[in-house]
Design a protein around this ligand. Structure first.
Ligand SMILES: [Zn+2]
Length: 332
């Protein structure tokens, strides 16, 4: 059914199946065969395959020519032996780290020495800086990811050459970030406005060629009437971002949390509700210091009136263990 279908989505799925899934299946089949061979020569129980550790995964994902050299060197027994490692060690995990550590003799950190530190840091940011002063700003929502290419304030109103240059840099950075963040689905890219069709063509070509390094399937549209470019990418499921970052537990990724005023107001409403339903002699409110301060300073009149109306005592108890959004109303 998919093979006969004409629409783009069916095409995309077909290509993913043909290229991605088959390649992945072949890799697993080879690894399985290798494991079977090792088992045949084993005399005592030992580890056959171990998942790559963090350092190895970072290097495998990040763009670093030196790291690539080291990793391809890992494939060569001769090179390993020359570096003093046993190429037939079963612990390829430790071997990888040992090779990287040995190859790195400097004072700076391993990540910085192999020029992946900056990339690792950029994954936690919404904005990624470009060499000529521009930046990329990533925004995720349910339907798509939008990528805004910005020029810095200093170059605004300058010639079209700089706009083109920043857009071209954006293509490289976008391809890298899409891979490291493992962005999936629809991406809409708002490049800096370009007047010439030739420049738009250059940017389109630059993005196409930058995306060739990506093993995930990608597809890009031509520029829309309003200068936007759409891109579709199939998620590979093993981006570096998910390895190093997780959703903020304070705001569940929303980027917002309740203000102290909002929480204090909620507490007063809950107190009134509770007092209306049952007779309580005393309440203790446990909350973050910021919330307690609002209750003491801004809502003191309301609380005094509440105490008089319902003939109950109120104790405010700041607690450093509480997040600003959390509180407890204890009845006595
Ligand atoms: Zn947050």
């Amino acid at each position: 059914m998919l093979i006969d279908a004409e629409d783009h989505e069916a095409d995309l799925i077909k290509e993913i199946v043909q290229n991605g899934v088959l390649a992945e299946a072949k890799r697993h089949a080879t690894a399985w065969q290798d494991s079977l061979k090792s088992v045949a020569t084993m005399t005592k129980p030992q580890c056959l395959v171990r998942a790559p550790n963090l350092i190895q995964r970072v290097f495998a994902h990040a763009d670093s020519q030196e790291a690539e050299i080291v990793f391809s060197a890992l494939e060569h027994d001769q090179w390993l032996a020359s570096q003093g490692f046993d190429p037939h060690s079963n612990d390829s995990n430790e071997l990888g780290v040992a090779v990287l550590s040995k190859a790195h003799q400097g004072q700076d950190s391993l990540f910085d020495a192999w020029s992946v530190g900056e990339q690792v840091r950029s994954l936690g940011a919404q904005m990624v800086n470009l060499p000529s002063g521009g930046s990329l700003v990533f925004d995720h929502n349910e339907a798509m990811t939008t990528v805004d290419v910005n020029s810095s304030a200093a170059i605004q109103g300058s010639n079209g050459d700089l706009a083109l240059q920043i857009n071209l840099e954006a293509c490289e950075a976008l391809a890298t970030q899409a891979r490291l963040r493992d962005l999936g689905g629809l991406l809409v890219i708002d490049f800096i406005n370009m007047k010439s069709d030739l420049d738009r063509k250059k940017v389109f070509n630059a993005l196409s060629s930058a995306l060739k390094k990506d093993s995930a399937h990608t597809k890009i549209s031509s520029f829309s009437q309003f200068g936007l470019l759409e891109m579709q990418r199939s998620r590979s499921g093993n981006g570096l971002q998910s390895l190093l970052f997780e959703e903020c537990s304070l705001c569940q990724g929303k980027g917002f949390m309740s203000t102290a005023v909002g929480v204090a107001d909620q507490i007063v409403r809950e107190l009134v509700c509770s007092a209306r339903n049952e007779s309580v002699a005393a309440y203790t409110i446990k909350a973050h210091q910021a919330v307690i301060s609002v209750l003491q300073l801004d809502l003191s009149d309301e609380l005094r009136k509440f105490g008089n109306d319902y003939e109950c005592e109120l104790t405010l108890s700041p607690d450093t263990q509480y997040l600003q959004s959390d509180y407890d109303i204890v009845l006595a």
